[in-house]
Design a protein around this ligand. Structure first.
Ligand SMILES: [Zn+2]
Ligand SMILES: [Zn+2]
Length: 135
């Protein structure tokens, strides 16, 4: 399933070709900053099939932790487009809210980092949930 999307202001546009590798819902503390407080929902796509078709993102990595992820976002409107995680080489984890059609996501296949879950977060029934990452 090829997907297309972009940021809130339209300065960034992207295309991701191929099948999804992963559909997740992440409750980690870091995602709570990015999402506004709720878990993030992401779709993992192959990095080789991903390209920005308009604009180029600003990127950010924390310098104070080991193996930080790289976050790419729009410098103009601040929309967070994707994450590249050292633990998932070759994949880009695209924020579902940036898809032109977020309904294409369908729902998560797994829920991760419930260790940081807040009492007002919801974990969908019947979906495998992990305290951190599945081993
Ligand atoms: Zn933007
Ligand atoms: Zn997270």
């Amino acid at each position: 399933m090829d997907i297309e999307g972009g940021c809130y202001c339209g300065a960034l546009r992207y295309q991701a070709k191929g099948d999804s590798l992963f559909k997740g819902q992440c409750h980690c503390r870091e995602c709570q900053y990015i999402s506004g407080g709720h878990p993030n929902v992401v779709i993992g796509m192959s990095e080789s099939g991903f390209a920005y078709t308009k604009g180029s993102p600003k990127s950010y990595r924390r310098g104070d932790i080991e193996n930080p992820v790289t976050r790419e976002f729009c410098a103009g409107c601040g929309t967070h487009i994707l994450t590249k995680a050292p633990g998932m080489p070759g994949a880009v984890l695209i924020k579902v809210g940036t898809l032109d059609d977020p309904s294409a996501y369908g729902g998560p296949q797994m829920v991760i980092f419930t260790v940081d879950k807040q009492s007002f977060h919801h974990v969908p029934a019947g979906v495998p949930a992990f305290e951190r990452l599945p081993s």
